[in-house]
Design a protein around this ligand. Structure first.
Ligand code: CA
Ligand code: CA
Length: 652
């Protein structure tokens, strides 16, 4: 069954005609003076499927989440697009699998990418419809200025640019003295595009939930007379946990329970404010989490409510999350949705709810409005792809989940940590399997042998997905994958290289991890970005770059300039030295000047062009760049192989 295609066709139809011609019924009501519905999207970090009263939470209570469910609908088969922060958030805001928009894993404070400006976020979609938009909380789709929320459709931003554990502070709350965490810069709190404060201590962490809640309340009040989109993306309950005094020690569970109770309180503040200004009836409130619990943190992690494994895996405990939605008069109160739904469906659903056109580029989400309205027969989503960091680890269709062979983090058989300290992961060699999630939600029994036809159908579904979105497990790239936003160096876009028409051979091949587009990448008149994964760079792991360029005929060459990347946090160093030699017939070479480069510790990412004068008529050019071999003593990778990266050898 051609699910991906049919889904896209469905969306295309919706984009082209559905929204334009068939305006939802309520919209006509709106045009008689009522403003379009406000959207409040509350997104927590690492809250497990079992971590709300209505989902069976024990030892802490969530009266406001339970009220939200009482007055609306909660979902039992709701999936974050994948069980890790940045990927999950990219999906939520774009309606796409993270692989489609190339935001994988969790971006780090030294990441050089962000969400591409070519993508359309929910905020951009709703801004076009006249909404005021704000995000309070965690962004994690690029921390560099040009990728911040205010450049992705949000009028206002206050919060952390990435996870609250990306800071130079140890698990005990003291500044780190050694190791990798020393590389983290102080954790900035940003307003708009300005750093207004830093989160330096566990006490600072304890202020976050209340700070975000206050901003949210203020924003609702300020926008009571116009439609608004409020994205409240709590940093909690991601470790290190922080809870304000008013909730400290309140729950029976301990710190994690206290944190959830404070988040619940913040939901209460939002609901109360909506009531206060008479906005509740005209506001769709959505509450969900970015992924399941980080179980190796023991009593500082949540619960999957019995689902297998947790965050960072493709077992159900990873992506399946609690989800509650309330929209009085539209969503039947006290209802439960047991159909499959994902965070990627939120954007197209909000498009339908607000009468907004869908983004121009293809997306993966589907409109679940019929489910919200309680249509028992509706089944807008019948498949789900369990991607994790580019690996297609499983697919689901209906009740069946097909798991593919992969290596996975596991929390089984290892002792979890306590009180903010992590325990170790176990690693699991996962074998192919078929699970019946209806009868076996805990994924305990492989029934592939009993259902060969279903295995075949799901394998075909996976194959379609691989063609479209790729699969790192099979080293496949997808034809529909779009690039992330990449930061560039301030270099000329178009360059002219005398060597472009010639040939190039390498004495040592580039690493299979970073082959660029072959050796020719070095003379293709195209330059790399700050993101060394952009296929414009050749990477050499511990080995030298030795290239021989044949210009095809004897030409006048004035200068040979090779450009190298320095990104020491990623173990990429400038060469020790660069040497150029030239020849007219290819056997006797004349050495030109040899340039030696500084090997100092430098935190910033730069590109260094090493120009060597030639001023001769030559046909062959040899460039030899010496890899420093090993990471130096001061580096966190001391003794490990150093990388050398080059994107162009410019012959002028
Ligand atoms: Ca998370
Ligand atoms: Ca190039």
């Amino acid at each position: 069954m051609d699910t991906l295609k049919s889904r896209r066709d469905f969306l295309k139809t919706l984009g082209a005609a559905g929204v334009a011609f068939s305006v939802p019924v309520w919209w006509n009501q709106c045009s008689s003076g009522k403003k379009p519905p406000n959207i409040v999207l509350i997104f927590t970090d690492d809250q497990g499927y079992g971590d709300a009263g209505v989902y069976g939470a024990k030892k802490f209570t969530t009266p406001y989440l339970d009220r939200l469910a009482d007055e609306g609908m909660y979902f039992t088969q709701f999936y974050a697009s994948q069980a890790v922060c940045s990927a999950s958030r990219a999906s939520l805001l774009t309606g796409c699998y993270a692989e489609r928009v190339s935001i994988l894993g969790a971006l780090m404070p030294w990441s050089e990418i962000g969400l591409n400006h070519e993508e359309t976020t929910i905020a951009e979609m709703l801004k076009k419809r006249g909404y005021s938009t704000a995000i309070f909380g965690k962004w994690h789709l690029g921390h560099h200025k040009e990728f911040l929320p205010v450049y992705h459709g949000f009028d206002e931003y206050f919060g952390l640019p990435y996870s609250n554990d990306m800071w130079p502070v140890d698990y005990d709350g003291h500044p780190v003295k050694k190791g990798h965490k020393k590389n983290y810069p102080p954790l900035p709190l940003i307003e708009g595009v300005k750093v207004v404060d830093h989160i330096n201590t566990l006490d600072d962490q304890a202020t976050l939930t209340t700070q975000y809640a206050k901003k949210a309340v203020h924003f609702i009040k300020k926008n009571q007379h116009n439609p608004f989109f409020l994205y409240l993306a709590h940093s909690m309950p991601h470790v290190p946990l922080g809870v304000s005094d008013k909730f400290k020690g309140k729950s029976e569970q301990g710190m994690y329970g206290d944190v959830i109770e404070e988040i619940d309180w913040s939901v209460g503040r939002v609901l109360k404010t909506l009531d206060q200004y008479g906005l509740s009836d005209n506001t769709l409130v959505i509450y969900t989490s970015d992924n399941g619990p980080w179980l190796n943190y023991g009593n500082h992690a949540g619960s999957t409510g019995g689902l297998r494994e947790g965050k960072g895996t493709a077992f159900e405990g990873g992506p399946r999350v609690p989800a509650i939605m309330r929209w009085p008069g539209h969503i039947p109160s006290g209802s439960v949705c047991r159909k499959m739904v994902s965070t990627i469906d939120i954007l197209p659903t909000l498009a339908a709810v607000t009468g907004s056109p869908l983004p121009d580029k293809p997306i993966d989400g589907v409109n679940i409005l019929p489910l919200l309205k309680g249509d028992e027969k509706a089944e807008p989503r019948d498949t789900f792809l369990y991607y994790y960091c580019g690996e297609l680890r499983a697919v689901r269709q209906g009740r069946w989940k097909r798991v593919f062979k992969h290596r996975s983090r596991s929390y089984v058989g290892v002792k979890p940590g306590r009180d903010g300290h992590p325990g170790p992961y176990a690693f699991l060699k996962v074998q192919p399997a078929l699970y019946d999630l209806q009868s076996d939600p805990g994924e305990t029994t492989d029934v592939a042998a009993q259902h060969p036809e279903i295995v075949k159908t799901l394998d075909a579904l996976a194959e379609k997905a691989r063609q479209s979105l790729g699969d790192r497990l099979q080293k496949r790239t997808g034809k529909d994958v779009r690039p992330p936003g990449r930061r560039s160096f301030n270099r000329k876009k178009k360059i002219k290289n005398v060597a472009a028409g010639g040939t190039i051979t390498l004495v040592n091949p580039a690493s299979p991890q970073y082959p660029g587009k072959g050796p020719k990448t070095l003379i293709n008149e195209q330059l790399g970005s700050r993101d060394f994964h952009d296929h414009q760079w050749l990477g050499f792991e511990g080995t030298d770059l030795e290239a021989v360029i044949d210009l095809g005929s004897v030409k006048t060459v004035n200068k040979v300039s090779s450009s190298f990347l320095r990104n020491q946090l990623s173990w990429i160093f400038l060469p020790e030295w660069v040497e150029v030699s030239v020849s007219t017939e290819g056997s006797i070479y004349t050495k030109m000047k040899k340039v030696t480069l500084s090997q100092k510790q430098e935190p910033d990412t730069i590109v260094k062009s090493v120009g060597i004068e030639v001023e001769k008529n030559v046909r062959y050019i040899k460039v030899h760049a010496r890899n420093r071999g090993q990471c130096p003593d001061w580096h966190s990778g001391a003794g490990g192989k150093a990388w050398l990266f080059c994107d162009e050898i410019l012959v002028e």
